[in-house]
Design a protein around this ligand. Sequence first.
Ligand SMILES: [Zn+2]
Length: 199
Amino acid sequence: MSLDDNDVNILTALQANGRLSYRQISERVGVSVPTVSSKVNTMENQGVIRGYRASLDPERLGEMSTVVAIKARPADLSRVSEYFIDDAVVRQLFFLSCGRLLLMCTFTRVHEINEFASRLSTIPELLEYDVANVIAVGKEEDRAVVAPGLQVVMPCSQCGRQMREEPLKLRKNGKEFYLCSPTCLSAFNSKDSSARSVT
Ligand SMILES: [Zn+2]
């Protein structure tokens, strides 16, 4: 599913300022307010727009950030990640190639960094780790880059396969679902109706 130029311009405006009204966006992008509204709704539904929130400055809040690189056997990576998934100090967790995890952590107190590092050494599946404190932030932007010609990559609502091609669309209960094949479409359709008949 590709984004047209208006989608791209709307995303550019919203990424810079998530508090813009539909009217302000329509003036900047040069399309009608209803068009902005429907395009924003679609991109929210597709998960392209994840949400709107205040961007807080951790340094201004006196917090300290740490980059943690972890090496484990590729087969153990997902188990290792479970140690961190609910930990509030782990703000971002990336699965990397070559059996590595990258954690971006933020701490409110210095002693928490040491506690976190000693907790790392108790994880049996962990082969190696490296902890480095952030001493200054040179640049920090959202990871998404808005550029012309972007494609939306969606998981099939039935089988979960990531679709780069144009998906089949199913509108149900006012929501749009995206399916990869007629087989997934009919399976999803019948699953949904049987779920409703149970409730
Ligand atoms: Zn599918």
